[in-house]
Design a protein around this ligand. Structure first.
Ligand SMILES: [Zn+2]
Ligand SMILES: [Zn+2]
Length: 410
């Protein structure tokens, strides 16, 4: 980075998740965006082959003065389904799936939620002096729902949000990270994901059926017809295999939508006998997915961030951290506001930035915006299933600072 003549940077340029941005932060992909091209190839190639086959049939019939009218709709449907499929694939992949803005410091103890859960588990990550309960209970539709503290994003995850270990972000209504579209599936792209999967299934079935008709209608014995039409045979086999995959997903997600569950919840809480607090009945569940307004992105990745403030303020934060007295620590645990001298008012967008990592990068002198390797990321995935992480955090207590500096060297 040019230290003397700092150019204003946009949020996407300093974003600490693993996302890949294109067109100046207008398009947001996961780190495995390249798999999108593979998926597009796997759909487009057989679809183009199928369309070429139909065109060939039409030409042959026209040449022989046979009626070809019935084949035009087949061609149009095939093209329309393929284009729709590609559109839904792109819409799923290129949008913010519902990323929750990160905090630059842990929340102040109290006010975020209605009900504090008495808990023996404490968050003990970046700010060892600050003790926050690892989980809190919030009330959703009359049910108590546990929300967890995210060590990476420094926030209590909203209900249904989870931290994607691949993208390194907390995502609202996290469903899963789809390696085929190279993006998280969350609150803002689940609808498109389901449309993509469903359209793929319909396209598969359509190509499968029409290819069979081509074989059956051909003159001569079935095997003979098959040997003369290798493309149709290939398409039949290809679609037969693919439809198990996309069809299975369509049925599975149909079930999830009808019961208002996410894939994550389904896998995680399968054995819990607890009632699903989000289930509003079949019709309302479908309405929620397909006819509700998609919430706007919580982040403006094209907004400018003030680099200067970002690189100078954190040291202040650090000093406070170092000099926190035990008295102050008790205050924090009691839920009082901490570090009054620390309450610098910053533009909202900056509150979404993590100063911690930037500051650590500065310590290690390198490029200011090297994305640090997050220890918390590794902890995060384990965290989803067990609290054994807590033990590690405890062990880390004293060595947190030195460890951070060593992990940020890029
Ligand atoms: Zn997170
Ligand atoms: Zn992801």
């Amino acid at each position: 980075m040019d230290q003397e003549n700092p150019k204003p940077l946009r949020l996407y340029q300093v974003w600490r998740g693993s996302n890949r941005f294109f067109f100046g932060g207008r398009l947001i992909f996961g780190p495995d965006v390249s798999s999108l091209f593979l998926s597009a190839f796997l759909i487009a190639t057989p679809a183009l082959g199928f369309c070429a086959k139909i065109l060939h049939i039409i030409r042959k019939r026209v040449a022989k003065d046979e009626p070809a009218v019935s084949w035009y709709p087949v061609l149009i449907v095939a093209i329309a389904l393929t284009m729709l499929d590609m559109l839904f694939l792109f819409l799923t992949s290129s949008r913010d799936p519902g990323i929750v803005p990160r905090n630059n410091r842990p929340p102040e103890c109290d006010d975020t939620f209605e009900m504090n859960t008495p808990s023996m588990e404490w968050v003990n990550g970046r700010t060892p002096h600050l003790k926050l309960p690892r989980t809190k209970d919030v009330i959703v539709n009359g049910h108590a729902v546990k929300v967890k503290f995210c060590d990476t994003c420094l926030l209590y995850r909203p209900p249904r949000a989870s931290h994607c270990s691949i993208c390194n972000n907390c995502v609202q209504r996290f469903d899963h990270h789809c390696p085929w579209v190279g993006q998280c599936i969350g609150i803002r792209n689940y609808r498109y994901f389901y449309m993509f999967v469903t359209t793929s299934t319909i396209l598969c079935l359509f190509v499968f059926v029409v290819s069979w008709i081509n074989i059956v209608r051909a003159k001569g014995h079935l095997l003979q017809a098959m040997s003369h039409d290798a493309l149709s045979v290939f398409l039949i086999i290809y679609c037969f295999i693919a439809v198990w995959f996309v069809g299975g997903l369509t049925v599975f997600h149909f079930y999830l939508i009808s019961t208002n569950q996410t894939t994550y919840e389904n896998f995680r809480y399968r054995y819990d006998k607890k009632e699903n607090p989000y289930n509003k009945g079949l019709i309302k569940n479908f309405q929620e997915i397909f006819f509700s307004r998609i919430p706007p992105s919580m982040l403006d990745f094209r907004a400018f961030v003030q680099e200067e403030i970002m690189s100078t303020e954190p040291s202040n934060d650090d000093a406070v951290e170092d000099t926190t007295s035990s008295k102050e620590k008790i205050d924090i645990e009691m839920g009082q506001n901490f570090g009054e001298e620390n309450s610098i008012s910053l533009p909202e967008i900056l509150l979404n930035m993590e100063f911690g990592g930037i500051q650590n990068n500065l310590k290690t002198d390198q490029d200011k915006f090297v994305i640090p390797v997050d220890q918390e990321l590794i902890k995060e995935s384990a965290d989803a299933f067990t609290f054994e992480v807590e033990a590690n955090a405890e062990e880390k207590h004293d060595g947190t600072k030195s460890e951070h500096t060593t992990t940020t060297s890029g």
